[in-house]
Design a protein around this ligand. Structure first.
Ligand SMILES: NC(=O)c1ccc[n+]([C@@H]2O[C@H](COP(=O)([O-])OP(=O)(O)OC[C@H]3O[C@@H](n4cnc5c(N)ncnc54)[C@H](O)[C@@H]3O)[C@@H](O)[C@H]2O)c1
Length: 252
């Protein structure tokens, strides 16, 4: 039985992870860390890692960027692998994750859905073929409670395309402050916020007289929770290193 420490246990994704774990035979949420320490299905919840006395096998984190430092320190001190799903992390925080992954197994993905990771693969192939004749724009849509914009997934898609094409694209965020024609070697990134949209990402390749659009739509938060639980079970037996959804897909 794999014992999970769930950071953000009382949040929306925390609830989705608890549900996904309850449908998994060989795992259980043993302890939670959350600023909101309300009782949760009989699972002990602490406001910080310093208070945790249980010994988890793996951490799943769906919380807030401010949690990262104490999470990595706790994980290293106690040799606990961690699946980091929180988005809106700074470049410095991502470098920190890479640094800690030399000592502990860390799984880090801005999007835990297998479908999104598949479209990243597809759009990279399309970008290579279309790179000289098509303009690339990314549009993401999320619910009105989301804090960060653009989404970590939109940036991950843009970064993957940047690595796939032969030029070095510049990112243009929205266009209200830019009064000039678009450059052929840029990627436009646009965020829409509203209602309860779970998550939508479209990559548009606009050429002369033709447009190709590759789109992924998540209709429930469960897809991210199920992906995170699969990642946690996979990571619990790995050596130190940095792991991503591509590793999980390759080994499933
Ligand atoms: N990687 C993915 O696939 C994916 C998918 C969905 C959401 N997310 C990300 O997961 C995070 C959480 O999303 P959510 O919708 O559950 O948010 P939420 O606001 O519903 O829940 C966040 C929880 O974290 C807790 N929290 C905040 N700051 C804390 C702190 N300093 N210490 C301890 N607990 C703290 C809050 O009390 C809350 O219970 C966000 O960053 C979101 O973008 C990632």
């Amino acid at each position: 039985m794999i014992k999970i420490l769930l950071t953000g246990i009382n949040g929306h994704m925390g609830a989705a992870v608890r549900k996904a774990v309850s449908n998994t035979e060989n795992a259980k949420v043993a302890v939670g860390v959350d600023l909101n320490t309300a009782e949760c299905d009989g699972i002990p919840v602490y406001s910080s890692f310093a208070e945790v006395t249980e010994k988890p096998d793996v951490i799943i984190d769906f919380s807030h960027p401010s949690v990262l430092d104490s999470l990595l320190e706790y994980a290293k001190e106690n040799s606990v692998p961690c699946v980091i799903c929180t988005t809106g992390l700074s470049k410095e925080q991502i470098s920190k994750i890479e640094f800690y992954s030399k000592e502990i197994p860390v799984f880090f993905s801005a999007n835990m859905s297998i479908g999104v990771n598949l479209i990243i693969d597809l759009v990279c192939r399309a970008a290579k073929i279309l790179e000289n004749n098509f303009d690339i724009e990314i549009i993401e849509k999320h619910h009105n409670q989301k804090l960060d914009a653009p989404s970590g997934t939109a940036l991950a898609i843009a970064d993957a395309i940047s690595e796939a094409v032969s030029y070095n694209p510049e990112y243009t965020y929205d266009r209200h402050s830019v009064r000039k024609k678009r450059d052929a070697h840029e990627i436009g990134i646009h965020a829409v916020r509203g209602g309860t949209i779970v998550g939508e990402h479209s990559v548009i390749f606009a050429g002369t007289d033709e447009v190709i659009e590759v789109k992924h739509q998540a209709t429930s938060k469960e897809v991210f929770a199920v992906g995170a639980v699969r990642a946690a079970i996979y990571l619990a037996n790995q050596k130190p290193g940095l792991y991503a959804m591509s590793d999980l897909i390759a080994n499933s």
